[in-house]
Design a protein around this ligand. Structure first.
Ligand SMILES: *Cc1c(COP(=O)(O)O)cnc(C)c1O
Length: 238
């Protein structure tokens, strides 16, 4: 078995043991493999190990990879990077999901550009749960309003919320930030939105995220290895 296939399996076991540790049912968390900066061959190896959902941050990098892997019938592409409003059309045309909706204008443009022949684009509203000024995402107090507006758009299907915890040595801090995102999901459900997704947790903090109710973890390094700096790296997101 290839190292990447082994890492996919180890990551699945890690997710299952984290679920068991907090009394949640097996299978309650999906795995999104974050393949940014890694070549199509690496994605093929993960696919051969049963992985189907892949996350990309940079459009210019992702589009040729999506084309190169078009022969994989069940592959599902998630755009997890910040979305510039002039890049909405190719995202709407080539991805199944977009996780980082942080303003209505971007959502409206994605909805307008989603081709009629495709099912609705699955989306999450990104919330700035760490409160760091440099991080993208809508402020927690505006998350519900944005979600309500996004849910009305015809060619989008609002699934829930996405957040990135502040990397820190203090393990209680990400836990509190993930709990905030969970509370926002519950508020949205109480307000009548049919949302079910908490996209939170990465290689370093997936246990805390799962303990706070994550339904989808986004794991890059633990599957594909350390990333080299990337030429098209968005300067706002190192
Ligand atoms: C890169 C990235 C990840 C994966 O991070 P790792 O620490 O490599 O697991 C997850 N989510 C987002 C939004 C990312 O940009």
């Amino acid at each position: 078995m290839s190292p990447i296939a082994q890492a996919v399996q180890a990551c699945r076991r890690h997710i299952e043991s984290s679920l068991a540790a907090c009394g949640r049912p097996s299978g309650a968390v999906g795995l999104l493999a974050v393949s940014k900066t890694f070549p199509p061959e690496a994605i093929r190896e993960a696919y051969a190990a049963g992985q189907r959902s892949f996350g990309e941050n940079y459009l210019q990098e992702a589009l040729p990879k999506i084309a190169a892997l078009a022969d994989l019938p069940e592959i599902e592409w998630h755009f997890i990077g910040p979305i510039q409003s002039n890049k909405t059309r190719p995202i709407a045309e080539h991805f199944h999901w977009a996780h980082a909706i942080d303003r209505l204008k971007v959502a409206e443009r994605l909805s307008a550009a989603r081709p009629e022949g495709l099912p609705a684009l699955q989306v999450c509203v990104q919330v700035n749960i760490s409160g760091e000024a440099t991080k993208s995402g809508v402020d927690p107090e505006h998350a519900l309003d944005l979600a309500v507006s996004v849910a009305r758009l015809p060619r989008l299907r609002l699934r829930g919320f996405m957040g990135i915890a502040e990397p820190t040595a203090d393990a209680t801090l990400p836990r509190a930030q993930f709990a905030l995102l969970r509370a926002i999901l519950q508020t949205a459900q109480s307000a009548g939105l049919s949302v079910d997704t908490l996209s939170m947790g990465m290689s370093a903090d997936l246990e805390a995220a799962i303990a706070e109710g994550a339904t989808l973890v986004r794991v890059g390094t633990a599957i594909f290895g350390a990333r080299a700096p990337h030429a098209s790296m968005d300067v706002h997101h190192s």
